[in-house]
Write a protein that binds this ligand. Structure first.
Ligand code: FAD
Ligand code: NAP
Length: 345
């Protein structure tokens, strides 16, 4: 096959694309011009077009961590790069390369089917592989950053493809170098390093309860337990629009935590890095009486106060209005600022 036959087609561009099905809040949103990115080689041309036309632009994966306005001016890049393959394996680990558009949960299921345990605590998190490193997705004491070897991305600042080793990604609690440099990198491929040695992580209370009578569960059993707990606790975006946790758990200095304990003896919190304490944002919101409350078309989920929901027909403005009420009340009651987790476009 010659070079021309191998070259990917240019990215398909779609004017005036409705994104209601591509954001888990289910907000009505229209992209002025969408580009469907199915191969990394399409990206330099698209970015050059955008620069030439001086368009605003943004990247969209599965839309499970975004708050979309009614109109998205300029260009929206839809990340649909597929493919996953084991690229190396030795006595200590397996290296797995995965396209940025692959569905995260399907990848987790695939790793277990292929005897590569490790990612099971991260089951049922919506979205794409390419977006997962942006906020270093985490659940039940595991973060994706723990399993990343390197990331391939297009650096829009230098107009070049780059490979960032794990250390260069600066993974931290729901944070990364990518999040710190918004709109600079477009993640095309993630290379995972899955260690051959495996141990169960079931210390979070919900998981510990599931395995009270089985202290040695398999990765498949943990995967199923995580799916079961999440299906009960979290609203299915296909039924009730949401973006998972709406606020990050605030991390406060120990002194502030000790002071809060004096007035709120049942404060839910967990140790963090030395000198700091992580407060459960859901508990703070619940204490302020928001759990299960509605404000017009949006509200706070009845089973988990950290999740804000679109009951149908709500908008970015509605959800941000509710978020402000919650932030104000939590600040007044506890002196703690809640940071919004989803990305506001
Ligand atoms: P999007 O929402 O499309 O985008 C998120 C951000 O990443 C945007 O800023 C976007 O510009 C950027 N981005 C997307 N793709 C790329 C790319 N290829 N290159 C560069 N930037 C990109 N999160 C957790 O951490 N833990 C959880 O347990 C969890 N549970 C959830 C449960 C529910 C029900 C829902 C709705 C959400 C949950 N989330 C959770 C949040 C969300 O699923 C993750 O943040 C996920 O990684 C977002 O993926 P996405 O493809 O939908 O990204
Ligand atoms: P949970 O288990 O009820 O716990 C409430 C909060 O306390 C969590 O946010 C968690 O922090 C923290 N926590 C609980 N046990 C802990 C422990 N042993 N050590 C340290 N911190 C502990 O939470 P949940 O709402 O059912 O969610 C379960 C997991 O899924 C959590 O890890 C949560 O982050 C994740 N999740 C994330 C999203 C999202 O959109 N970001 C949505 C749903 C669920 P952490 O958040 O730091 O783990």
């Amino acid at each position: 096959m010659n070079r021309a036959q191998n070259a990917p087609q240019a990215a398909k561009s779609i004017p005036n694309l409705g994104l209601k099905q591509r954001n888990t809040f289910g907000f009505d949103a229209n992209a002025e011009l969408a580009y469907e990115i199915t191969a990394s080689e399409q990206i330099p041309g698209v970015i050059s077009d955008i620069a030439a036309q001086k368009l605003a632009w943004r990247v969209l994966g599965g839309g499970s961590n975004v708050i979309l306005p009614a109109k998205l001016p300029g260009a929206t890049l839809l990340m649909n790069i597929a493919g996953q393959e084991i690229i190396a394996s030795d006595a200590s680990a397996t290296l797995l390369a995965v396209g940025g558009g692959v569905n995260w949960h399907e990848l987790v299921a695939w790793t277990l089917e292929n005897d590569l345990p490790g990612l099971e605590n991260l089951a049922l998190i919506p979205g794409t592989v390419g977006a997962a490193p942006i906020q270093n997705i985490g659940a039940y004491g595991v973060e994706i950053g723990d399993y990343i070897d390197r990331i391939e991305a297009f650096d829009t600042k230098d107009h070049a493809f780059v490979t960032l080793a794990k250390e260069a990604c600066h993974f931290a609690y729901r944070d990364s170098y990518f999040k710190q440099n918004p709109q600079r990198f477009i993640v095309t491929k993630v290379v995972f390093r899955i260690p051959k040695s495996w141990n169960a992580r079931i210390h979070y209370a919900d998981l510990a309860k599931q395995f009270a009578k089985n202290s040695n569960p398999s990765a498949e059993e943990i995967f199923l337990a995580v799916c079961k707990i999440r299906t009960y606790k979290l609203p299915d975006p296909k039924v009730i629009g949401n973006a998972g946790s709406f606020f990050q758990n605030p991390i406060v200095p120990n002194e502030q935590y000790e002071t809060l304990l004096q007035s709120h003896a049942d404060l839910v919190s967990y140790p963090d890095e030395p000198g700091k304490r992580k407060l459960a944002a859901g508990w703070l919101i619940d204490q302020c009486g928001f759990k299960g409350q509605r404000m017009g078309l949006v509200g706070v989920y009845e089973n988990q106060a950290l999740v804000l929901v679109n009951h149908g027909g709500g908008s970015a403005q509605d959800i941000l209005g509710l978020a402000k009420c919650i932030q104000d009340k939590v600040r007044a009651e506890f002196g703690v600022s809640l940071q919004i987790e989803p990305n506001i476009f």
